[in-house]
Design a protein around this ligand. Structure first.
Ligand SMILES: [Zn+2]
Length: 363
């Protein structure tokens, strides 16, 4: 097996098996071969499940960059992305899936590129003062580039292309990019070196956040079970896609210092992941009666175009409504998102996404 591919598999499996760093099909890692090609995770696959035989594609870097130039200069449209990326593949594997939409920014960077969405970093990326706080907590020699959220995929690649040329970045060295409301990219000469930098950043983020403590909630009683049943029936009534789902209480819950959640924590959508997979965030339910639940669900749908899957009810806790096979992962992810929102509030307040950036070829 080629050295670059074995490096890619080792690092993808190491990072991709930790749900606190990346979950579902999120995140992406690539390693360049030195003769104009790059191995990268395939779209829709999970980093942690990559093997010698599946979960990756090999692409011709020049072809990917040319496609990106054409897309950014509007010589090609969003409908050219899929065929363009498939045509850039040079691994002779016709059924291996599409290279990820993030292949574009990987193609512009150094030999090894690690892109993750770490839970401990997201509060910094989703808060008003995050950029400033990261400058304060990271060592002075750990310089980084801040990329404001304007979209995903092609849009992010365009921003990174501009950053590289404006700052004349040396891509043979390590470069760190923080993508606002999204994640981290570390580009460097080796996978092990880039991995070490990521660990250092995450340690600094963790050290500067108060330890998580359990939130005090009512014990699960008849009333809590009634609320779960009410949410379940409202969801089923309002949207047929909620049939075959189960509503459960997520417990225990943790926040920095154990502070109980407040209404303003649940304002807006803070990451594209929340929009794509989490029903556009958690709904605060002051009044957990039938009318209150219906009203809150309608308001959420009106604002985001999505039916909510998660509800926080003061003193009772966090309820989610999900398909049974996804329950265990979504319970963990929603509990983590509660912590991200709590921590971002501590860092000067949430900085939600502007809906105008969530459309078009960027996604
Ligand atoms: Zn990402």
């Amino acid at each position: 097996m080629e050295q670059s591919l074995s490096e890619l598999i080792a690092i993808s499996r190491a990072f991709g098996s930790d749900i606190r760093l990346v979950w579902a099909g999120g995140g992406n890692i690539s390693v360049k071969t030195g003769d104009g090609a790059m191995f990268i995770k395939a779209s829709g696959t999970e980093l942690g499940q990559m093997t010698r035989r599946r979960g990756w594609r090999k692409v011709n870097i020049e072809n990917v960059r040319r496609l990106l130039d054409n897309l950014l200069e509007r010589k090609a449209g969003a409908d050219n992305i899929k065929t363009g990326l498939l045509n850039a593949c040079c691994d002779g594997l016709p059924d291996a899936g599409m290279p990820s939409i993030e292949t574009f920014f990987h193609s512009l960077l150094g030999r090894c590129v690690i892109h993750l969405h770490p839970m401990i970093l997201l509060p910094y990326l989703c808060s008003k003062t995050g950029q400033k706080r990261l400058r304060q907590i990271l060592p002075a020699n750990m310089d980084f580039h801040w990329i404001a959220f304007r979209g995903l995929g092609v849009v992010t690649a365009g921003q990174i292309r501009n950053c590289i040329s404006r700052k004349r970045l040396d891509l043979a060295q390590t470069n760190i990019f923080f993508l606002s409301n999204h994640g981290i990219i570390v580009s460097g000469p080796s996978a092990a070196g880039a991995a070490k930098i990521i660990q250092k950043i995450l340690t600094a983020c963790r050290k500067n956040m108060p330890p998580s403590k359990q939130i005090k909630l009512h014990a699960v009683k008849k009333k809590t079970l009634q609320i779960a049943a009410m949410i379940q029936s409202c969801c089923e009534q309002m949207c047929s896609s909620f049939e075959n789902r189960k509503t459960v209480l997520i417990a225990p819950l943790y926040t920095p210092g154990g502070i109980p959640p407040a209404k303003q924590w649940f304002h807006g959508v803070i990451t594209p992941e929340e929009l794509t997979y989490l029903g556009a965030g958690i709904v605060w339910l002051e009044k957990p009666d039938r009318n209150g639940i219906r009203k809150a669900m309608h308001a959420h749908f009106h604002r985001t175009g999505l039916w909510p899957k998660a509800f926080f009810i003061p003193r009772h806790g966090l309820f989610i409504s999900e398909k049974e096979e996804n329950l265990s992962m979504y319970q963990k992810v929603f509990a983590q998102y509660l912590q991200i929102r709590a921590s971002a509030m501590r860092l000067g307040g949430l900085k939600p996404l502007s809906s105008k950036y969530l459309l078009g070829e960027g996604l």
